[in-house]
Design a protein around this ligand. Structure first.
Ligand SMILES: Cc1ncc(COP(=O)(O)O)c(C=O)c1O
Length: 330
């Protein structure tokens, strides 16, 4: 198999931990792959994608990494940190105007990233043009800028989760299901690619934390096909390999319901594990609901893709559920 080049940025392999009390309560086996342990500054799922995406940037002689995302983007913060680790500059194009500097945005600034803030509508309609313009500006200054897409979710970045899939196989614990959050599709695409190329050993499910499978189906299909192409293989594959569990995006991107926050609180108190409110908390809750419905049977592995700095901007919202009586755990 021809794999693109990658550099080493993450602490790997990440451990797989069983959640014993939760499993006993649900009567199934649930484990978590702790990709929130891949690092501190460069943490979560982003670092696995950046190992591939940034290798290409370095090969092309980049001086500046330019990328985009929401104000609290984990990917933006991870890119800002990677840039510094490699002695590069970073320029972020972020959606929205901050009322406060906190969480990931604070870390972006601490790491010295330059930030262009765009009103949400302007970001949605023209962030790509703005990034291209920045690239031309850097060129005029004699610097080479390399543009990374949102979430580093292009085919190159997705190879990070192909490698993660192989890591799971090497950890020698069998799972029936592998479940991850979906925000831009690259994590799921890499896992699906791994599953396809290793004989469909698992059911790989993505849980959209914004939109739904109608939006992400074509995205993930496209990424898997492109990865196969880059590997010099036939890009046709059984599309049944891409499975989604819809219905857990709640109020929308980075917005939470009281039930979601209470769920994150309950799991923290039951298992001593923290999930973030934007991605993993919603997806893990979806996974538990689907176990209860009987959709997910047997042994399930949830990929904890990180995002914990996203808890801090939500502290005041969490205060409302912290003192509630711990009724049912789930
Ligand atoms: C913490 C966290 N988990 C999950 C995701 C979703 O991964 P992907 O963008 O590859 O779908 C993201 C980013 O979007 C993230 O920051």
């Amino acid at each position: 198999m021809n794999l693109p080049k990658c550099i080493s940025l993450a602490n790997l392999p990440t451990p797989i931990q069983p959640l014993e009390r939760l499993s006993a309560e649900l009567g199934v086996s649930i484990s978590v792959k702790r990709d929130d342990f891949t690092g501190m500054e460069v943490s979560g799922n982003k670092v696995r994608k950046l190992e591939f995406a940034v290798a290409l940037a370095l090969e092309q002689g980049a001086d500046v990494l330019v990328t985009c995302g929401g104000l609290q983007s984990n990917h933006a913060r991870a890119t800002a940190a990677v840039a510094r680790k490699l002695g590069l500059e970073c320029h972020l194009v972020l959606r929205g105007k901050p009322e406060e500097v906190e969480g990931n945005l604070f870390l972006d600034l601490l790491l010295g990233a330059k930030v262009t803030f765009l009103e949400a509508e302007v970001f949605n309609s023209s962030h790509l043009e703005v990034m291209e313009e920045l690239k031309r500006n850097y060129e005029r200054m004699g610097k080479k800028a390399y543009l990374l897409p949102m979430g580093a979710s292009n085919a190159i970045g997705s190879f990070g989760y192909f490698k993660a899939y192989k890591e799971i196989l090497s950890q020698d614990i069998f799972f029936d299901n592998i479940v991850c959050a979906v925000g831009s599709g690259g994590t799921q695409a890499g896992l699906v690619l791994g599953n396809i190329l290793h004989g469909y050993k698992h059911q790989v499910y993505g849980i959209p934390i914004v939109d739904d499978s109608r939006v992400f189906g074509p995205v993930v299909r496209g990424l898997v096909g492109e990865c196969l192409n880059l590997m010099g293989m036939d890009s046709a594959f059984d599309e049944e390999a891409i499975k989604f569990l819809d219905g857990y995006a709640g109020r929308g991107y980075a917005l939470n319901t009281r039930e979601e926050l209470a769920f994150i609180r309950n799991i923290a108190r039951l298992e001593g594990i923290l999930f973030d409110p934007v991605y993993t908390g919603k997806a893990f809750r979806g996974m538990v609901e689907e176990v209860k419905k009987g959709t997910l049977q047997g042994r399930t592995l949830f990929i904890h893709t990180g995002g914990l700095y996203g808890l801090f901007p939500k502290a005041m919202e969490f205060m409302e559920v912290l003192d509630e009586k711990d009724s049912d755990y789930l």
